[in-house]
Design a protein around this ligand. Structure first.
Ligand code: ISE
Length: 336
């Protein structure tokens, strides 16, 4: 039957997922919305047939018409919500980050292992982006030879209020950490962060942009320009340099216009726009897998591994130099 989903957290991503499940996703409906802001949850629920508003995630999870949970609350609220979900043994799509640090991610990983089966898909949506999927298939085909380097550019028009220097790593570069591990099928072992004199666009006290370097256990080198107040739009570009050739995505050449003495295209303004298709595919894949009784996509191990890389990244920011990533061994539940 139709999957009844509780959406926890109805901010920017949560509200977008509510709209998506109602209007785009097939086989699912929103049966509950949860927010600490009771009024916001109530307003949202009022527009949806058979949807109940809650302020307590546990109460929503216990409801008869809730079969699965989508967590889109702020990162610090994830651990408690996930541990409660395990008590109800419900399938989960958890927005990134899994949790804010490696120790809490490890606790979630231990709890899932105790449950004995995977329940959580982590919301690293770039794996569902059409261009990234093509790049992954090409690298896996071996046609380009072995990947040697990845060059990445990650630009936001402006950072939201309260965005800190650490968040450039924990909120933004976290995506390149995930795609690096996924595209190369390697673990990141060292992180280095270099910082130019901050842009005049950066809020007071925020070190933006930064150049972040990863080394991997397969001997690849990865660089990331993270630049979250570039002013002109939202861009995510990547180039894989391999033994026999290179492959680039994010070139924004799908529509080029010649007009009034100029040629050019448009630049997306934010991730909701740039990754709309990826989010659609991600949520549909989660619903489809859940209805088959399966769990696919990025796992708690992936969430934990990037949390460990983030810790090394934040240390590299403050201490300088090259910082080694510390992580536990990959548990049997998450072996390929
Ligand atoms: C935000 O949280 C995201 O996940 C976006 O994909 C990223 O581009 C942005 O920098 C983050 O703040």
């Amino acid at each position: 039957g139709t999957l009844g989903v509780a959406v926890i957290g109805t901010g920017r991503m949560g509200a977008d997922h509510v709209r998506r499940i109602q209007e785009v996703t097939s086989g699912a409906r929103v049966s509950a919305v949860v927010d600490i802001d009771a009024e916001r949850a109530k307003r949202l629920a009022e527009g949806i047939d058979g949807c109940t508003a809650y302020t307590d995630p546990g109460a929503a999870m216990a409801a008869d018409d809730v079969d699965a949970v989508l967590i889109a609350s702020p990162g610090p609220a994830h651990e408690a919500a996930l541990l409660t979900v395990f008590g109800h043994d419900l399938p989960v799509l958890c927005e990134k980050p899994l949790t804010p640090d490696a120790a809490s991610a490890l606790r979630v990983m231990e709890a899932e292992q105790k449950l004995g089966h995977r329940r959580i898909q982590v919301g690293f949506m770039r794996r569902y982006d059409a261009e990234y999927m093509k790049l992954k298939a090409l690298l896996d085909s071996g046609r380009l030879g072995r990947p040697l380097m990845l060059h990445n550019r990650h630009r936001n028009a402006a950072s939201p209020p309260g965005f800190t220097t650490e968040m450039l790593i924990n909120d933004s570069v976290v995506h390149e950490m995930d795609v690096t591990r996924w595209l190369l099928d390697q673990e990141i072992t060292e992180v280095t962060v270099l910082r130019p004199t901050p842009s005049g666009n950066a809020p007071e006290g925020v070190q933006d942009p930064q150049l972040v370097l990863f080394e991997t256990d397969g001997g690849a080198i990865v660089d990331v320009e993270i630049n979250v107040n570039c002013g002109f739009g939202y861009q995510v570009k990547a180039e894989a340099v391999c033994e026999r050739g290179t492959a680039r995505i994010g070139e924004e050449q799908s529509l080029v216009t010649d007009l009034a003495g100029r040629w050019g295209g448009t630049i997306a303004q934010d991730f909701v726009e740039r990754f709309a298709d990826a989010y659609d595919r991600e949520v549909q894949a989660w619903v489809d897998a859940t209805r088959r009784g399966e769990v696919t996509g990025p796992s708690v191990w992936d969430g934990y591994a990037v949390a460990a890389v983030c810790e090394a990244g934040v240390r590299a920011q403050s201490e300088g130099g090259r910082v080694e990533v510390e992580m536990v061994e990959r548990p049997a539940l998450y072996r390929r």
